[in-house]
Ligand binder design. Structure first.
Ligand code: VNL
Length: 389
């Protein structure tokens, strides 16, 4: 072989190898945008802890690609979420946007996901319509219609026929109110009043007074994660339980992040939701134990499980694309994923990119001195009832 030709081919080989090495060295970046401060800080704390646990358990290299998590605090202000998302896409060149503590933050980011073809994994926010805001959105949390409809089926069969609804006045609250009400009335129940409280700094007292006056069998509540303890406290302080009013709602009110500090007054409260820290499965026991061990005993809530499963969806998509990680390829690999979550079986519907999962009915009980949402019934494989197709 001609020496010069040999040299030049090996130079090409070397440069190809280097390009390969450079590509492999380029980390796969996940921009995790969460409320780390402010009213929704517990959601950020839970999801970040869960994402870090997932990485600790599954390694930070996937298909030869180093995974880098970039955590940013959006303080739950949608304009801030949007600016951070833009910076993460343009400056940091993240491969995936993830997190999103509240609906307005998820919606504010949707156009950026669409324009940049970046998958947006919604780990917390739960208004039904979110997945329709961008074809790049995939959700691993839940939807309020999913949880509310199951409660509307359970309540009238259990002596709760006349109800007042009380919800936070924004996307998920409106969904909870509508889907609870429609189904509850279809089942023969009556909703005598529908109250909406502001999302920011709500004062529940005047609303609860109205509820007392209406004397319903039950009060159906949705407030976002982190606000449940305040509702419970005022409900009990006003002696509403003693007046014969049953507190019911989606599991957001008996949030595992706060439940154990709510006191024995919470015992007996029935809610419907997709996750309880006491869900009885080997996968969940392992998850809860590892989570608590890594986080000074903190109990994981439904936000944590949304973050943990969101990381799973991202990791598996990266594996499927053999570490390539282009936006469209990742998105395709996220659609249709079916796996066992700590919550039970879950499925990312390829058509809607939304989560299909079991919804459980749970009652607060004391187990070994601690308050838990004890699951006593299950509605299997619930699709989001908010989707029209
Ligand atoms: C939302 C829904 C937020 C349910 C929540 O907690 C929640 C939302 C922060 O879509 O904004 O529990």
């Amino acid at each position: 072989m001609n020496k010069r030709l040999f040299l030049s081919t090996s130079a090409v080989a070397v440069s190809v190898l280097c390009a390969g090495a450079a590509l492999a060295a380029e980390p796969f970046k996940i921009g995790l945008i969460l409320p780390m401060t402010g009213q929704q800080a517990s959601t950020g704390r839970q999801i970040e802890a869960a994402a870090r646990l997932y990485m600790a358990q599954n390694g930070d290299t996937v298909a030869g690609r180093k995974v880098e998590l970039i955590v940013k605090d959006d303080t739950s202000v949608p304009d801030v979420t949007k600016r951070i998302a833009q910076e993460l896409v343009v400056n940091d060149k993240v491969n995936v946007l993830a997190g999103f503590g509240i609906t307005p933050s998820a919606l504010a980011t949707a156009p950026i996901a669409t324009q940049s073809k970046t998958p947006q994994v919604v780990m917390a926010a739960a208004t039904s319509s979110i997945t329709q805001a961008s074809p790049y959105i995939v959700r691993t949390s839940f939807t309020l219609p999913q949880a509310s409809v199951s409660m509307a089926d359970w309540a009238p069969k259990n002596g709760i026929k006349k109800v007042v609804t009380l919800v936070s006045d924004y996307g998920p609250g409106i969904d909870a109110e509508k889907f609870f009400k429609d189904r509850f009335m279809f089942n023969g129940g009556t909703v005598v009043e529908s109250l909406r409280v502001p999302l920011r700094n709500p004062d529940f007292a005047p609303f609860l007074q109205k509820v007392r006056d209406a004397k319903p069998d039950g009060l159906f509540v949705f407030v976002p994660s982190g606000a449940g303890a305040a509702v419970m406290k005022q409900f009990l302080e006003r002696g509403m339980d003693k007046a014969g009013i049953k507190l019911i709602g989606t599991g957001d009110i008996t949030d595992d992040d706060q439940l154990n500090d709510m006191g024995d007054g919470a015992i007996g409260v029935v809610t419907s939701h997709h996750y309880s820290a006491s869900h009885d499965s080997a996968a969940n026991k392992k998850f809860v134990e590892a989570f608590q061990k890594a986080n000074k005993g903190m109990r994981p809530n439904f936000m944590a499980v949304g973050g943990y499963d969101g990381m799973r969806v991202i990791y598996e998509a990266l594996k499927t694309t053999k570490g390539q990680g282009g936006g469209d390829a990742l998105l395709a690999a996220m659609k249709g994923q079916l796996f066992e979550s700590p919550r039970g079986p879950m499925f990312i519907d390829a058509q809607t990119r939304d989560v299909v999962q079991n919804i459980y009915l749970r009652k607060v009980e004391k187990v070994n001195g601690q308050l838990y949402n004890q699951e006593f019934d299950v509605i299997k494989d619930v699709k989001d009832p908010g989707k029209t197709r």
